[in-house]
Design a protein around this ligand. Sequence first.
Ligand SMILES: [Zn+2]
Length: 215
Amino acid sequence: MPSDPEIKQSVLDTAKAMVECGLVEGTAGNVSARLPGGRVVLTPSSLDYDSMTLEDLVVTDAEGKVLEGDRPPTTEKALHLACLRQYEDIGAVMHCHALFASMFAVNHEPIPCVIEEFDIYVGGEVPVAEYRLTGSDELAGEASRWLGDRAAVLMANHGLLCVGKDSGHTLKIAQLVERTAQLVWGARMMGEPVPLPESTLEKFAPIYKVVGRLR
Ligand SMILES: [Zn+2]
């Protein structure tokens, strides 16, 4: 397993990249990753990503008690910890407000699995978790329960939640989901998107379950 400094640097780099890629604006969105010994490192609440440094990150135990750091952790702390507690196989969590994915979230509409790489890297269509208030334990429970066999879930009227091997991996998942949401949106403008054959979905979805997020 990578060391604390390596994991923290990856969380910080991912948080900054999330803004640079346009997956969030301002101080929205948040990133977390598992540290050795059952600890978790999270981005802090309401701090500009441009000026964020390693010292601004917050380390908690699995229940959210702050162990290191002077700032409060992200207000979506419960969401991140619920995912990491529930799924031993994931190493990191990212929440963002990607524009096209959020359009599907507002319409309570899953993002369909229309390209092969989506099936392999996400595990199938991205479902929609029911609306719950931001920052609540109810949102954490509702959103995390969808991530047993896939890498992403939409949070109704809110945004996107992705899980992966490490924080860099969650960024790649978020970018793929956002690109596919835009692709489907555009394809619908042109006409009726054609689904992948069922046989392809059956062939590729198990690949995600086997190797998609192993640390
Ligand atoms: Zn949010």
